[in-house]
Ligand binder design. Structure first.
Ligand SMILES: O=C(O)CCC(=O)C(=O)O
Ligand SMILES: [Fe+2]
Length: 263
């Protein structure tokens, strides 16, 4: 088996345009259109990570669940700026929602292709009521149970963005800050190496699932090259089948993957 994604219909994948200048949602059926608008490699917004049924079940579980102070799971420095609540370990709702999201991530071809997950942490479910925020921080590089390195951070937005004010995820780069607030059920994946924060919620409630991933390809620029090559060869395959050009790109893709993976 070469990989899981060969021949997958590119049209069925949905990349959202992350550009803050454009209204969301901004579904984009072409994988060839750049979807990341700032200089950090591999910031990707993925539409409909959860389908409507999964989203509905998740929200129903969270509406009845009890949340606790989120400081417990932050590193000693992030704790100072973390003002939110989370589902506690042992919460029945957490177990159900984790299963739903885990299954959704495993079957999602675009997530798999862009992130190349080796270890995906069980999600944390957070809730920001009015006045809550999470100030600028860097995510822990190493995480335990299971022991892993965080390469990719992910937020799955669970609340309809029209139901709350504020709560944008802000990612800092040398070129400035970019704000993300995605439709419910959509996700952003971004390198864990970035400083980021969640703006204060000023109206409504922001629910989100966050997690961290150790990738088979730790370098975001290498991940981006592999993603672009994979996208190009699959688009070529859709257009003209298994041509010699397709074979050449597939060869380069496979051989770079061989050079750059670690586990
Ligand atoms: O809720 C978010 O969008 C991000 C939260 C975050 O940065 C974290 O939990 O480390
Ligand atoms: Fe974070």
């Amino acid at each position: 088996m070469v990989d899981n994604y060969q021949g997958a219909g590119v049209e069925s994948w949905e990349i959202l345009n992350c550009s803050p200048d454009l209204p969301y949602p901004f579904p984009n059926s072409s994988l060839l259109t750049p979807s990341y608008s700032i200089a950090i490699a591999m910031i990707l917004c993925i539409g409909n990570i959860l389908n409507p049924t999964e989203l509905e079940t998740t929200i129903a579980k969270l509406e009845m669940a009890e949340f606790v102070d989120g400081k417990a799971t932050a590193g000693w420095h992030a704790r100072q700026v973390k003002h939110n609540t989370q589902l506690p370990q042992g919460s029945p709702a957490l177990a159900i929602v984790r299963d739903i999201i885990d299954a959704a991530l495993q079957r999602h071809a675009l997530f798999q292709m862009a992130v190349r997950p080796y270890i995906v942490r069980p999600v944390t479910i957070s809730r920001y009521d009015i006045g809550m925020s999470y100030g600028t921080h860097i995510d822990n590089a190493l995480m335990y149970d299971p022991l892993m390195r965080s390469d990719v951070s992910m937020t799955i937005f669970l609340s309809d963005p029209t139901t709350y004010e504020g709560g944008e995820l802000i990612i800092e780069s040398t070129q400035g800050e970019v704000a993300f607030k995605l439709p419910a059920g959509s996700a952003i994946v971004y390198p864990s190496s970035t400083l980021h924060r969640v703006e204060a919620v000023t109206q409504g409630v922001r629910l989100a699932a966050v997690t961290w991933i150790q990738s088979l390809v730790r370098d975001p620029q290498q991940r981006e090259i592999l993603f672009d090559l994979d996208t190009a060869r699959q688009t070529l395959f859709e257009a003209s089948g298994k041509t010699p050009v397709f074979d050449l790109i597939s060869k380069s893709h496979a051989n770079l993957l061989r050079q750059w993976t670690e586990f």
